[in-house]
Design a protein around this ligand. Structure first.
Ligand code: SAM
Length: 543
């Protein structure tokens, strides 16, 4: 049965209605026995929590996107109330709620008369999702009924098992509670890329029956954030269950991705926060903080070579540095436009320090700025759109540059290899008696400059990139650790020429030991102090 009040364009006062709702909710709850409420998992979401959940959800939605809201277990409408408080009425295109208990459904309808909420007095698990993609909800928020498996009849369990399989192909263990089936059933309801938010018991993250739900969250949708309230911070009166809020996007991921995990405090001000890769979550048997941090460390620690932390590539081999790498003065003389230039580092002997800072444009703060001519357009296009560049290329032709080995083997003789800038570089050639008596230097590059082939470019792999993104201060720790790799172990990996010149190929640098980096990652000073201090006094949520 569906009801909808059609007077929804009338102005209404959300705070007044919310106050009424709280009174009616308390009266309804009091009118039911504990057994009745347990049977249908009737524990309403406190308004402050609903507002926090919707506020964070709002940050995950495109600013002006029209909202099609669905609450599959709406009760008296705690989340709907928060929706109306936080979104303009014009932004809400539709709002639908399911409620199996007539008392709650009728109360919701009465309270939200004059709004566009459609209340369906129906068991959500028995309802049929909309066919049309453009009508499907793009914001699903739910505090599903927490009904343990032993309160579900065999027939109900069989029905729910088949429903889960139909919606996602996943067969849940018979120990799963009703909330797990709600999550799977709702999968079919969401629009592509729609946002889902679930207020659920944390239990499934640490027990066997939750394994399939975790697989669903990692593989069939994109898990965005998990906030776990502390065990002693119960969110519901009379319910001794630790609670989490989960946000997901209905987009099937096809690569490793990062998930935000937060613990304790509130959603907007958690006590701890960590970015975790989906790969680590797949390997982590439990999703509590200790296990995740442990898995994150071991998953890095079990691999101890630089190649496990970095992809290492030689810098750009231009084929003719003097022609393709241009000084700022030469560029203005030739009139070459910025969009065809990429900042590039000079040879290491022109680097006064091992840390390169950036100017306001992101170019290296160095006396001699250099740029690589980077054009991909065919000659005819360049002639019309960038005559200055075309003229310069003609000079190259006259000088025989296209006949040089590398240039000759390119589809367009002036095309350059694609390289992106990276924070970490290694000078791969040197003598033992050079700076600090080290043949190789590790450079920390804060600029957007790429590097020529006298450098090795070290691109952090997913694990390391995730850690660095979560805590940029780790850049310094990693850089220092790179510089502390014993010279002998680098020399051992590389080769030495008769004249005492040492060289490291990308594969050889990749083989160097990474133990010191792991230590730097596991015990950066700021993390170390967070582990021992009192959570409340810790202003830094990055650990
Ligand atoms: C945990 S409460 C949440 C209520 C409300 N959304 C809130 O957050 O305050 C779960 C609600 O789901 C309803 N419910 C239980 N089983 C249901 C089902 N199969 N279909 C729809 N609603 C159901 C209960 O009556 C209850 O009102």
């Amino acid at each position: 049965m569906t009801w909808q009040n059609l007077d929804y364009k009338q102005p209404y006062n959300i705070d007044l209605t919310e106050n009424k709702r709280l009174i009616e909710q308390a009266q309804l709850d009091a009118s039911k026995s504990a057994a009745e409420r347990n049977r249908l998992g009737q524990f309403a979401t406190p308004n402050t929590l609903a507002i926090e959940i919707l506020s964070y959800s709002k940050t995950l939605l495109p600013p002006n996107e029209k909202i099609r809201f669905l609450d599959p277990a709406i009760g008296t409408g705690s989340f709907y109330s928060a929706l109306l408080k936080l979104f303009s009425i014009e932004q809400i295109e539709s709002a639908v709620g399911y409620e199996v208990d007539r008392d709650y459904a009728e109360t919701a309808l009465k309270l939200w008369a004059n709004t566009l909420l459609k209340v369906n007095l129906e068991d959500f698990t028995q309802s049929v999702p909309l066919e049309q993609e453009n009508l499907r909800p793009n914001l699903l928020v739910c505090n599903p009924p927490y009904v343990r498996h032993h309160h579900l009849s065999i027939e109900k369990k069989n029905f729910l098992r088949d429903l889960g399989i139909k919606a996602t192909g996943i067969q849940l263990s018979g120990l799963a509670g009703l909330y797990c089936y709600f999550m799977l059933a709702a999968h079919e309801w969401m629009s592509q890329n729609g946002l889902g938010c679930w207020l659920i018991p944390s239990e499934f993250m640490d027990v066997n029956y939750g394994r399939k739900i975790k697989e669903y969250l990692l593989n069939q949708v994109t898990l965005l954030r998990v906030h776990q309230f502390y065990y002693d911070d119960l969110q519901f009166d009379n319910v001794l269950v630790s609670t989490s809020v989960i946000w997901l996007r209905n987009t099937k991921p096809n690569y490793d991705y990062s998930v935000k995990f937060t613990w304790g405090g509130t959603i907007s001000e958690p006590i701890f926060s960590k970015i975790v890769s989906s790969k680590v979550l797949k390997e982590s048997s439990k999703w509590n903080r200790a296990t995740i941090l442990d898995t994150q460390k071991t998953s890095i620690k079990s691999k101890v070579k630089l190649s496990d932390l970095f992809e290492i590539k030689r810098g750009v081999a231009t084929g003719a540095n003097n022609f393709f790498i241009l000084s700022a003065e030469k560029i203005s003389e030739l009139g070459i436009p910025d969009e065809l230039l990429t900042p590039i580092l000079p040879s290491p002997r022109y680097l006064p320090d091992d840390e390169i800072f950036a100017d306001a444009q992101g170019n290296p703060s160095l006396k001699h700025k250099l740029f690589l001519l980077t054009c991909k357009q065919p000659p005819e296009e360049l002639r019309i759109n960038h005559p200055s560049v075309w003229n310069y290329l003609q000079q190259g032709v006259e000088a025989g540059i296209p006949e040089r080995y590398l240039c000759k083997h390119r589809s367009l003789w002036y095309l350059q290899e694609t390289r992106y800038s990276t924070k970490f570089l290694c000078t791969y050639m040197g003598r033992h008696q050079s700076k600090n008596s080290k043949p190789f230097r590790f450079i920390l590059n804060h600029s957007k400059a790429i590097a020529p082939n006298v450098y090795l470019m070290m691109y952090p792999k997913q694990h390391l990139a995730t850690l660095l993104a979560a805590d940029p201060e780790l850049l310094q720790s990693v850089w220092k650790a790179l510089n502390s790799i014993p010279v002998q172990s680098l020399i051992h990996e590389g080769r030495v020429y008769g004249d005492g010149l040492h060289k490291l190929e990308p594969r050889e640098l990749a083989n160097a030991p990474a133990d010191l980096l792991l230590e730097a990652l596991a015990h950066p000073p700021q993390l170390g102090s967070c582990f021992v201090r009192q959570p409340q006094s810790c202003g830094d949520v990055s650990c």
